[in-house]
Design a protein around this ligand. Sequence first.
Ligand code: NAP
Length: 279
Amino acid sequence: LHTSPLNSNRKSLRGSLAGSRGSLAGSQSSLAGKVAIVTASTDGIGLAAAQALGQRGAHVVVSSRRQSNVDKAVALLQREKIQVTGTTCNVGNSEDRARLVNMTVEQCGGVDIFVSNAAVNPFFGNIMDSTEAVWDKILDVNVKSAFLMTQLVVPHLEKRGGGSVVFVSSVAGYQPMQALGPYSVSKTALLGLTRALAPELAQSHIRVNCVAPGIIKTTFSQALWQDEDVVDELKKQLSIKRFGKPEEIGGVIAFLCSKDASYITGETITVTGGMSCRL
Ligand SMILES: NC(=O)c1ccc[n+]([C@@H]2O[C@H](COP(=O)([O-])OP(=O)(O)OC[C@H]3O[C@@H](n4cnc5c(N)ncnc54)[C@H](OP(=O)(O)O)[C@@H]3O)[C@@H](O)[C@H]2O)c1
């Protein structure tokens, strides 16, 4: 478990944030005083979401499966003067999920924002060749754990009088990608989960939204951007002729969690460089 030297540094950190981000204070995009849990947040889009939330003043709780990755992410965010707490959490494990939420409440006093970013893809190939084990793994991590984490977090958001949940889906949730059938189906399920939860949680002043990234240059997507023939083929589908950067998703996630988005719920924002997206 790694925590920032919060108690001793809180005042000076606030001071320096107020100095460097003074223009944000009091603005609709400020997340000062908020606590944000982001799953799978030691690399790629999750880490960029933690940075974007932290830059707007939130205290971010980062996690992933490997302690060494957590250590690196915490150190990076601390260097950026972001208030951060880190721990390991494999979202597919119920004890890990409960520990992450309990630790956040104990150490940070509550939760306001939950970003469900974790996903796995253990299978490439024809969907008809996918096994029950593949489906169990993909649905457990990508869909069930996203819901079960939300179920754990919601009572804490309610205690704060409301909050924000954001799921990370994919453009593949709109148009299944070749060789990624089961993964794509799991990402379509998140579009449905967003819509199923939003009306029920609105009465608790909790907004539920989703981001569907296009192809973003991360380790997860390296099979798509390392092969030049695949890159050429994919670029034909893009209006902006390059792949996205994690921070181009992080900022949209932070926007959805801010007051700027106070009338947006049950929505999915596609962030794809212009790939056409519709179900
Ligand atoms: N990259 C894209 O083009 C793209 C496009 C659309 C959607 N997405 C979605 O964006 C999300 C993040 O992907 P990414 O591209 O940012 O991936 P990434 O850069 O490879 O990062 C993956 C992160 O997830 C953590 N992780 C993996 N399995 C985990 C688990 N079971 N529990 C907790 N943490 C776990 C990893 O750390 P550890 O190894 O330490 O666990 C790492 O921090 C996923 O939901 C993905 O489906 C990505």
